[in-house]
Design a protein around this ligand. Structure first.
Ligand SMILES: Nc1nc2c(ncn2[C@@H]2O[C@H](COP(=O)(O)OP(=O)(O)O)[C@@H](O)[C@H]2O)c(=O)[nH]1
Ligand SMILES: [Mg+2]
Length: 195
């Protein structure tokens, strides 16, 4: 089983990105499960996804990087033993530190082939969020394998260049893609990076 960990601040577009990625994943006949840790604006319709063959587990009331570490281990072991998907996508809360989640998984679960961390950056609120919580967003970016700058439909070229440059200063080797999940811009390219 491979794991894709989605991080990024509340409202950045994690669920929207995930639903678009699931479309691609299902097209490629990849068996997939979802762990939803954040109650957000856009809900994950478990019943609908189950209909498409996607197993959905919900873990609410805390964060999988700290208060719910035992629960995420239990849930991932349950998914592995009972569904054995090729890929499990975890949507963490906006407050989660992905490096801590990766440590918990690596220290407690066997049989994980690969864990990738994808951070979703809210292009529209980037400057504001960096002003308010640089340590958290910076830690999320540092722990990422791939960064998707989302909501590019809301920002101009100059703003996008600034954000890309800022992310590259924080983590020069990280792969950065510019997307609009809502408008399906560059989502196939993002899926290719992940699958
Ligand atoms: N303008 C714009 N809005 C988006 C885009 N992607 C997501 N959103 C909106 O951002 C809000 C938060 O999205 P959601 O996926 O729930 O974010 P999450 O909290 O990180 O899971 C919703 O109102 C989405 O419709 C995008 O590409 N462009
Ligand atoms: Mg969400």
């Amino acid at each position: 089983m491979e794991i894709l960990l989605l991080s990024g601040f509340l409202g950045s577009g994690k669920t929207t990105v995930m639903l678009e990625l699931l479309d691609e994943v299902v097209k490629h006949d990849i068996k997939v499960a979802v762990v939803e840790n954040e109650i957000g604006q856009i809900g994950v319709d478990g019943k609908y996804l189950k209909h498409c063959g996607v197993e959905v587990q919900e873990l609410f009331g805390g964060c999988i990087c700290c208060t719910l570490t035992a629960d995420i281990v239990h849930t991932l072991n349950y998914i592995k033993d009972n569904h054995n998907p090729d890929l499990t996508i975890i949507e963490a809360t906006g407050a989660a530190r992905p490096a801590d989640v990766v440590d918990v998984i690596n220290s407690n679960i066997t049989g994980i082939k690969d864990i990738k961390t994808l951070s979703i950056v809210d292009g529209y609120r980037y400057k504001l969020l960096m002003k308010m919580m640089k340590p958290l967003i910076g830690a999320q970016l540092l722990a990422s394998d791939i960064v998707a700058i989302n909501k590019i439909d809301e920002i101009d070229e100059e703003e996008l260049c600034f954000i890309t440059g800022d992310i590259k200063r924080i983590k020069p080797e990280v792969k950065v893609l510019c997307v609009s999940a809502e408008n399906r811009v560059n989502m196939v390219e993002l899926a290719k990076e992940i699958l």
